[in-house]
Unconditional design. Structure first.
Length: 196
């Protein structure tokens, strides 16, 4: 059994769980869809929860690394657009993580703000901090965390709506622009519109 076999198991597990959730994911379905025999899957993992935990850990780490590589800019408006595009570019990974949190919520520490760890909103918090600093956004610094949470959930709602049937290039550009325009209006209290 090779490392490639394990990588195949993890890759197909992510796809299946993101599409079908916990109830639609089983070792037998995984074996069928991956072309890896059940005995080989059990060689690497004792059950589906162990597989999903490993995929979750890897996916979270990879998303964090990719987010760090997002372009640096002094414009909060441009940063927000980049963050929205990023979420759609990594739609399967984000949907997997969201569904994992949803199913395994009791295993996560309950926070004042809910179960999703605060790092889940960090990429949006960074945008809002820049927007307050540059006076692009009309929000109080004390409201940044709360606003970041709402914005992140709003964007993620679109991801859940569209996955696995992601829109074509033109429709996706329109969806991203619409989300961005709406958020900019709410953050600036001004009418805005991207040139499409």
């Amino acid at each position: 059994m090779t490392v490639n076999t394990k990588l195949t198991i993890l890759k197909i597990s992510k796809e299946l769980f993101a599409k079908n959730g916990y109830e639609g994911f089983s070792m037998r379905i995984l074996a069928k869809e991956s072309g890896v025999g059940l005995s080989s899957i059990y060689h690497f993992f004792s059950d589906k929860d162990e597989i999903l935990k490993e995929v979750f850990d890897i996916t979270n780490k990879e998303l964090g690394i990719a987010r760090v590589k997002l372009p640096k800019t002094n414009s909060a408006e441009a940063m927000l657009l980049d963050r929205i595009k990023f979420q759609f570019q990594h739609i399967e990974d984000v949907v997997f993580v969201l569904k994992y949190y949803l199913h395994f919520r009791p295993e996560f520490l309950k926070l004042e703000s809910g179960y999703l760890p605060s790092k889940g909103y960090l990429h949006i918090e960074e945008v809002l901090e820049v927007g307050v600093k540059t006076h692009e956004f009309n929000i109080q610094p004390s409201e940044i965390y709360k606003e970041a949470k709402v914005i992140a959930h709003a964007i993620n709602g679109f991801l859940l709506e569209y996955y696995p049937e992601t829109p074509n290039k033109d429709e996706l550009a329109d969806v991203i622009a619409s989300i961005h325009d709406f958020l900019m209006r709410s953050l600036t209290n001004k009418e805005v519109g991207m040139k499409r």
